[in-house]
Design a protein around this ligand. Sequence first.
Ligand code: GLN
Length: 381
Amino acid sequence: MIPIISKLPQTPTTIFTVMSALANEVGAINLSQGFPDYECSPILTELVHKAMKDGFNQYAPMPGLLTLREQISHKTEKLYGAVYDPNTEVTITAGGTQAIFTAISAIIHPNDEVIIFEPAYDCYSPTIKLNGGIVKSLELHPPDYRIQWDMVKKLVSNKTRMIILNSPHNPTATILNEEDIKQLTDIVKNRDIIILSDEVYEHLVFDGNQHLSMARYPELQQRSFIVASFGKLFHTTGWKVGYCLAPAYLMQEFRKIHQFNVFSVNTPMQVAAAEYLKDEDSYLSLPDFFQQKRDYFREGLKQSRFDLLPCAGSYFQSVRYQNIADEKDSEFAIRVTKEIGVAAIPVSAFYSRGTDHQVLRFCFAKKQETLDKAIERLIKL
Ligand code: GLN
């Protein structure tokens, strides 16, 4: 073997892959990795099929199909009031994770500091480190996982180059509110801090609340990469299509990287997405659709001994299990998968220090019968 020096020596296989593999191995109901178990609209698959038959089978332009970028720009302006030039400020990506990787790689130089909030989606930290950046993480705690902005202020230094936000938040299902936006604006003002805003669950905000996109606030918008996902929008996580929005000066750097790690994203899916997005109901119906699932799952779990944490957005419901067991969440998640037949994500996997509040995350983007079966099993615990 030729000796190599690992670039990510401490990085294990992502928890999503680990838990989904275990769920498949033991035949458990998989509420771990976040993906729907129901079909997307047949109109959408028909549109892809048509695009293939119509000959859209060669490379799309490097930044993505212009018609799709135009639809995205139109949607963003209508929802959040920001105007993004489809030519220079919208790029189609191979899913949200690639957009995050590319945005971090475009900005972060060795020794630049990046502030993240933990529990954090698991790609942020390794991507920062790969680029030589330094992760400055602030831990959030249950039950409400609010950001302590006075602590953020203490973390900011003249080396802070980026703050990564995620609302609705995976895994904690919290959303940013106006006070958070005010505090954030205050912190970045007069500083060269770029915001990377992971908004892949933008349409999964419940109880009549608004999604506070960075695109709504000109002073934040001008310094933000916003990441979005068609997987969440269309119930097609396996298509791995998403997009990034950013002002032209940031997007120019983003595309320099995008063109060499992806070049362009599959064409027929983009043709279909551009057509499908014309029907605004495709995304305006999502909050109700998912809120029903959230309510149904929460109602069912009320019969269990789990403590339900609040869920304001995303497709995740987290629970505490201190009334049921005392073991570590990673061990408990494995036991529940094997013995009860329901797979979940142990939330400690999203803390770099492995902080364990004995919380599991379940994905409720599932058919009613799947949720019924899962509830039936979980209430036995
Ligand atoms: N976003 C999904 C989740 O949080 C999984 C994404 C992935 O597996 N890479 O479960």
